[in-house]
Design a protein around this ligand. Structure first.
Ligand code: NAD
Length: 415
């Protein structure tokens, strides 16, 4: 088959690779010419896709910025960003722009699948009318379906192939086409009754995590007041073989999904005069967690007789999760900003993030920074760092990830 992919980011590129590895031709389109040029050279910009993986596939992945190249594809998958506006409402600009550009070249009989995470109704009520600008009718002249992406950057135990794929088409024929498409690269495809059910399933998966993370973060704050070790409590509860699922507290949620998706559903609910309190509360709680962490650092310095103002604070790990370099919505950015606003001299070390243009900072040499820091804080625990050595090298080490459990040192402060 020849498959078009619009948006070659964390979702689109692994998908392009999966189809190419399965022997299919891919037309990968991105508005960012740096990405398409990089791909044409066989050079990957996504950590999970090594150049060695990409190089043999270059012949099969045609990277382009021209929508006309999509006309020859049997199926086109849309993987563009779905962020929030400044007032935290769904921002479908990228999606609608991608849809309008695709409409210009859409052909009868093509299948279009939306993979970007969004609220129920987007495929039918937003994307279909834009694509119908082509003069073709969704569900009869061309097929249309939603299929949520479930990729988890940095994860190696589940792949595009081994993670079951959900699809929901506008019609039964749309679902069948989408199912046949993903059968090419996935071991299991699960067909739902509608795009709306598929859209909501993805939000359920992410909001389930958001609510549970908010809950353990609240528990961590309570344990701080009660002077109980939250990690010991979670370890203990996790010994129950049924009816409990472990979630770990941390500095707050980051990435392109968990901090954003709950607001997509809350927006849709409000349109129906429904105010989803769990979802809103979890979002609120998780957004407040970085402020709690900044305050915890403030207290740790205060206990040592130092103010934040003028103290050298080294943040360890600024990406939103361990092992990746993605800093989108990373809580480290908020923590660093809050401490800088209090006059702290904030620097960071992250083997995956060389520069943080948002804060005008670059990753510093670890040993040099530890030698002069008043306090270091583990915000994202990249596995490559030696935390016992770090604890020995710095006056105070604050750990928001629980990775210093088992290290015997008097200068440790854990969430
Ligand atoms: N990153 C994840 O882990 C993940 C997991 C599941 C679902 N998702 C969802 O998938 C979607 C994409 O996320 P991502 O992380 O891949 O984003 P990304 O920013 O990494 O990639 C999106 C790409 O789309 C391109 N783009 C933007 N507008 C375009 C347009 N009009 N035409 C063509 N290309 C365009 C951008 O240049 C970028 O390269 C989002 O809806 C996200 O919520 C992401």
């Amino acid at each position: 088959m020849k498959i078009g992919i619009i948006g070659l980011g964390y979702v689109g590129l692994p998908l392009a690779v999966a189809f190419a590895e399965a022997g299919h031709e891919v037309v990968g389109l991105d508005t960012d010419s740096q990405k398409t040029e990089s791909l044409a050279r066989g050079s990957s910009y996504i950590e999970d896709i090594g150049d060695a993986v990409l190089a043999p596939l270059v012949e099969r992945i045609q990277a382009t910025t021209r929508h006309a190249d999509l006309a020859s594809c049997e199926a086109v998958i849309i993987c563009v960003p779905t962020p929030l506006t400044g007032s935290r409402e769904p921002d479908l600009t990228y999606l609608l722009e991608a849809g309008a550009a695709l409409a210009e070249v859409l052909r009868s009989g093509q299948l279009v699948v939306l993979e970007s995470t969004t609220y129920p109704g987007t495929t039918r009520d937003q994307l279909a009318p834009v694509l119908e600008g082509s003069g073709l009718k969704a569900g009869s002249d061309f097929h249309l379906a939603f299929s949520p992406e479930r990729i988890d950057p940095g994860r190696t135990d589940f792949t595009v192939r081994t993670t079951p794929k959900l699809v929901g088409g506008l019609t039964e024929a749309c679902s069948k086409q989408a199912c046949d498409l993903y059968d090419l690269i996935c071991d299991e495809v699960v067909v739902l009754s509608s795009p709306e059910a598929a859209e909501l399933s993805k939000l359920l998966e992410n909001i389930f995590r958001s609510v549970n993370i908010a809950f353990v973060n609240e528990l961590a704050q309570l344990c701080d007041r009660l002077d109980i070790d939250v990690w010991e409590v979670i370890d203990a509860a996790s010994t129950k073989p049924f009816g409990f699922m472990r979630f770990d507290p941390g500095p707050g949620m980051g990435g392109h999904c968990l901090p954003i998706d709950p607001f997509y559903l809350a927006f849709k609910a409000r349109e129906h005069d429904f105010y989803p309190e769990f979802i809103e509360l979890a979002g609120k709680m998780n957004q407040a967690q970085p402020a709690f962490c900044a305050e915890r650092i403030d207290r740790a310095l205060n206990d040592a007789g130092k103010p934040v103002n003028g103290s050298k604070i080294l943040i360890l790990g600024v990406s939103y999760k361990a092992g990746v370099g993605d800093t989108r919505e990373s809580p480290a950015l908020k923590i660093a900003t809050l401490l800088s606003e209090l006059g702290g001299e904030v620097s960071y070390h992250d083997p995956h993030v060389a520069h943080l243009p948002q804060l005008g900072l670059s990753s510093v040499d670890l040993d040099e920074a530890l030698a002069t820091a008043d306090l270091a804080a583990i915000v994202t625990a990249h596995p490559s760092l030696d935390y016992a050595a770090i604890a020995a090298a710095v006056p105070i080490l604050v750990d928001f990830r629980g990775v210093t459990r088992g290290i015997d040192a008097g200068n440790l402060v854990r969430l």
